[in-house]
Design a binder for this molecule. Sequence first.
Ligand code: R5P
Length: 282
Amino acid sequence: MKVICTEKSQILGSRLAEALEADITDARFARFPDGELYVRAGGLDTEMVVVGSIVDSDSFVELLLLIDACADAGTTLVIPYMGYARQDRQFNPGEPVSARAIARALSRGVDHVITVNIHEDSVLSHFDVPAASVSLAPDIGAFIRTMGCKDPLILAPDGGAAAFAAAIAAAGGWDCDELKKTRLSGDHVRIEPKTIAAAGREVVIVDDIISTGGTLATATAMLYEAGAAAVHTACVHGVLAGGAYARLCHAGVRSVAASDTIESASSRFSAAGRIAAAIRTP
Ligand code: R5P
């Protein structure tokens, strides 16, 4: 078995290879003069693990090209962060179900797919091959333990994150609560007023994705109004789009932690172990 990864998933790809005790294949990425992407894989094996988060259009095309380069191998596709997964239904007439379009395109030439904390499990059904999502809730719990917070309150910013937050809280035996969010636009949300037992406490808001930071900045303001001593954030996928990191700092967030499904300075824990375990035990 060998691992090959797209350009923006090199660190997680290498960590995954290490966890699998497999070689990482040397892949070269370049562009033709007209801007088209070119990839060339080094040594391939009969069993390949192709790793790539969809963080932009180029990384999606790189995945398609790597899958095709591995056409003669049995292939496991790992999509640590699946961009486009949030458009998982038609919200308005004329829109595509983008998650379905991406899943179908990536199903050809692979045997099965592994994702990490996919936005909705229903997205997995759009792949034409068996697909699974692993959860980093225990890893976030382990990370929070290293932060040294005394009796932290784990908070989900909306109902969709409630089960995830509960699993993280269970990892440390911490209290857990949830807010109710309504999305007003791409970067603005309204959070229903709610009495949270946050006075004097350190609160860690957890979510699957931090994109614009709008959700967590709004929740942070509410928590400080409720007397929180400090607010931290932790997520799986640190998209951090459109100035999100600065927005969170401005809101008074003390720390922003994410996994390496999207590689950045905020990547504080790795998805490699969970993915490796899912590959070893399908
Ligand atoms: C939405 O359902 C997700 O779980 C996240 O809450 C959302 O993607 C966060 O987006 P933003 O950071 O732009 O508020």
